[in-house]
Design a protein around this ligand. Structure first.
Ligand code: CUA
Length: 165
């Protein structure tokens, strides 16, 4: 019967396809390791841009300071910075003209650097400890900071700025 098809043949094909799919699902369930389906991130892994994965404790030493700038007395500030692969947190720090800022910086992934362009401030960042440097901003303007130690693919993208106003 031309054009009418063969209902029995079509059913055989459908049954074969269904069996094939079933077999594939069983094979995947048996042979693919279950951790492949585990999407939960490791506890201490930072997800750039998510902004919610801040954890208080690192595996190495407790981290108790949140990133950011805070005034400790009139005109005196502490800016806490963390370096990740491959960005700084925070990326922008705002202080008034004349501010004396102590930069407290540490890496949270591998080794990085912190260099405040146009100033003597340069720190080697270690995952194990905070490093500090203090600078007084007498002039208003933008002071870019960059990663000063080669750290791989995202090295050149690691930057931020201090805005003095
Ligand atoms: Cu981080 Cu270079």
């Amino acid at each position: 019967m031309r054009g009418g098809g063969d209902p029995l043949g079509a059913m055989y094909i459908l049954a074969a396809v269904a069996m094939g799919i079933g077999f594939l699902i069983i094979t995947v369930l048996i042979f693919v390791p279950s951790d492949l389906f585990d999407r939960s991130a490791p506890e201490d892994l930072y997800t750039p841009g998510s902004g919610t994965s801040w954890v208080e404790e690192s595996r190495l030493h407790p981290i108790t300071e949140p990133p950011g700038v805070r005034q400790v007395e009139p005109g005196v500030f502490v800016a806490t910075l963390y370096a990740y692969n491959w960005e700084f947190e925070p990326r922008e720090i705002r202080v008034p003209v004349g501010a004396t800022v102590t930069f407290r910086a540490r890496s949270r992934q591998e080794y990085h650097g912190f260099a405040l362009v146009g100033t003597p401030v340069i720190l080697s960042l270690d995952p194990n400890e905070m490093r500090e440097a203090t600078y007084t901003f007498d002039e208003p303007g933008e002071y870019p900071f960059v990663c000063s130690e080669y750290c791989g693919g995202g090295h050149v993208a690691m930057s931020g700025r201090v805005i003095v106003e």
